[in-house]
Design a protein around this ligand. Sequence first.
Ligand code: NAD
Length: 477
Amino acid sequence: MMQTHKMYISGEWVESSNKATQEIINPSNEKCIGLLAIATPEDMERALSSATQGLKDWAAVPAWDKGVILKKAARLMRERSKEICQLMTLEHGKTLSESEVEVIRAADFIEWGGEEARRVASRQFPARDPNAKVTIEYGPVGVVAAFSPWNYPVLQASKKLAALLAAGCSCVLKPAEETPMSTIEFIKCLIDAGLPGNVVNVVFGVPGDISSFLIRDPRIAKVTFTGSVPVGKLLATEAGKYMKPTSMELGGHSPVIIYDDVDLNRVVDILVTRKFANSAQVCVSPNRFFVHENIVEKFTEIFCQRAAEINVGDGRDPLVKMGPLANLRRLEAIQGLVDDAVERGAKIKIGGCRIDKTGYYFPPTVLTDVHPKSDLLTVEPFGPVVPIIPFEKDEDVLKLANNTVYGLAAYIFTNNEKRQRYLADNLQVGTIGINDIPAHTAEIPLGGWKESGIGVEGGVEMTQAYLKSQFRYTWNS
Ligand code: NAD
């Protein structure tokens, strides 16, 4: 008998009210590893009314004690990381060491949330009238509808929960259906740390059904989503109909610009490691490689050699460095982008098609001679494909780098400080890495420009997104 993984509603782990389930697939071998309960409208209604009560329950917990609970949850996540990682690798495919980094980083976010929960404070202004007192009061925006994706099942959910719980909000969370087991274990850490049962409710189901049910309900005050630009636009449009604020952490198509004055081996080491991390299913993954024409041949040769050495396989095998893609949709999307580029004249240097074995494996792939009209240059690949494009002049590469709807991150490799400044000042992105690719840790606010999103996650800024302010003017004689 397959285990059914349950939803968390009203402080209880429950099956669907009509017993509906869907399969959870291990992308390393395409086998079913469990069943997942799917919410009916009645289940969603119960989750909503529980979260409404949860808002009051959480408000009754003093800020200091919110900090105690969140920090304890972070400790439990660290203590249980081995078990959480096993489940994450099984359902997502990433290597165990990648799962471990993720869980520890997610625990940092929850701990950070515990610290920030204690710093939500109102402000007092000097009033013009000596009999008046003027304050700006801050309070939680209300019940949040939160949608987290499958690429980092625990980390992405932890970013949202750290911020909204610090601000005093409750929520209905819909994690990704592909990777529910590790997210469920994360939620158990919060509950075991003492989070009142109604504060976080977890449902699974048909994403569109859940989002349309929740967003239009007047009890939902805010919508937060991490995922693709098209779905982000859909949800933001729906939220806009009811004037509800949104936080949107969407896709990217990060350019990396490499000049001819760098230590090539160091740069290749960084890029091979960071490009293929998480099988390149990362919103800030370096995607479009612009390499100065003086070194493009040498760079391509060394990069291809190192990338081809990456051992692709089941993430549970300690010798494996890159797991499969997380689902069949990604495999088909990546193949489509490669085929389109090749039809337009691109040359495949390494990789290029699905690995011929069971599992959603796609090898590191490098393309040169990519036609400017290829989809690969404008559509986020979210997979292990690298187009290498030569450039000569600063202005040309800047124009190419900015030539997408995305604005998440960009990376510059040069020792020329004037160039570093010129590019950093003119690249239209929310994150710039100069001579390195920075990790997004809890203390850093990360957010996208252009169509890559609205708002930031992390940093002291994260809590603001879940607060509402009230101007309060009191006159007493
Ligand atoms: P997708 O657009 O079908 O779905 C993206 C995410 O949105 C999934 O988690 C899905 O469950 C959810 N979703 C889809 N429709 C929804 C709806 N109507 N309401 C609520 N949630 C909904 O794409 P996909 O194949 O799952 O993922 C690939 C694309 O998603 C990539 O191109 C990438 O841009 C994006 N993505 C981005 C991030 C990120 O970190 N920003 C994470 C995961 C996926």
